[in-house]
Design a protein around this ligand. Structure first.
Ligand code: GTP
Ligand code: MG
Length: 288
């Protein structure tokens, strides 16, 4: 005869109930830190199942979640102040070793290391922004390994993204030459529900080092961005924490401009995660 144990009750919760509990926890974590303009909530999880990242993230990511916008509405209703809650999937792409993971670590964890460990497949991180008193924005950052450009998974990873960073290394000219390929790959594989390209910001990373190539000429970079459909470009340094918050803010602003288009999409599986599948910036930047 089956004897019920107290902890069994947890596993009897439906997925919807578990999701709501996680969302309530997430909102309360964010509210506790409301004095901070930006609040870190979660960390990274890798499809490669590294021990470290999988245990760090169990609270926030599960597979086959229901529509995130629905979850967001539930979350809003649970709060007395009814903040608007947006969850945006953001891609971070670019050649090997250009600093994608470092940028995310700097942005989310406020941390930098010289140690290079190539990303395998994709990692995730979640950044929560208290955008204004009525708006909570969660950025689900998809850190896609540089080597993935030669694989056939990018279509899967790009699915339902609403914004992207393309990163190149200012010290290596060939990583800038690849930018056009990444942009073309992106535009051909993901669009907003109205068919337009997703907002994309170009990051000229490692600007703490000697630059080479077009990036030494900001006017030419502005022109390049306009011609190639970038919303903006920034010189960044994950090492010295230059322009990373500013670049993220510029991308979010562009996404918010498209929010009505994004929210009008009624697909039920939007933003689901499956295993299968205006502050003044410093340094060089342009908004095209
Ligand atoms: P993949 O995962 O292989 O695609 O690489 P990645 O783009 O994630 O690069 P990663 O962030 O791992 O950084 C590669 C190397 O560049 C590491 O040794 C970092 O410490 C270094 N690096 C990253 N950003 C900067 C920066 O802004 N300045 C300097 N000087 N080094 C950086
Ligand atoms: Mg990486």
């Amino acid at each position: 005869m089956f004897e019920e144990k107290p902890d069994r009750r947890i596993s009897r919760r439906t997925r919807g109930e578990r999701t709501k509990r996680r969302q309530r926890y997430l909102l309360s974590s964010a509210n506790k830190n409301k004095n901070n303009a930006e609040t870190f909530v979660s960390s990274t999880e890798s499809l490669s199942h590294s021990e470290e990242s999988a245990t760090e993230n169990n609270n926030f990511f599960t597979w086959n979640e229901p529509a995130v916008h629905d979850m967001g509405n539930n979350l809003s209703n649970a709060s007395t102040s009814k903040p608007k809650d947006h969850l945006y999937k953001i891609l971070v792409i670019g050649d090997l070793g250009t600093g994608k993971t470092s940028i995310i670590k700097r942005y989310v964890h406020r941390f930098f290391t010289q140690h290079y460990r190539a990303t395998i497949g994709v990692d995730f991180a979640l950044k929560v922004l208290n955008w204004d008193e009525n708006t909570l924005i969660r950025l689900q950052l998809w850190d896609i390994a540089g080597q993935e450009r030669y694989g056939n998974m990018t279509r899967v990873y790009y699915k339902e993204a609403v914004g992207a960073f393309i990163v190149f290394d200012v010290t290596r000219r060939n990583t800038f030459e690849s930018v056009a390929n990444w942009k073309q790959d992106l535009d051909s594989k993901v669009q907003l529900p109205d068919g337009s390209h997703i907002p994309c910001v170009l990051l000229a990373n490692k600007c703490d080092q000697q630059k080479e190539g077009l990036v030494t000429n900001p006017a030419k970079m502005d022109e390049y961005c306009r011609d190639n459909g970038f919303s903006a470009w920034f010189e960044t340094s994950a090492k010295d924490n230059i322009n990373i918050d500013e670049a993220a803010r510029a991308l979010v602003e562009k996404i918010l401009e498209k929010d009505s288009v994004i929210n009008n999409d009624k697909r039920g599986d939007q933003f689901s995660i499956t295993r299968d599948s205006n502050p003044e910036p410093s340094g060089n930047k342009c908004s095209c």
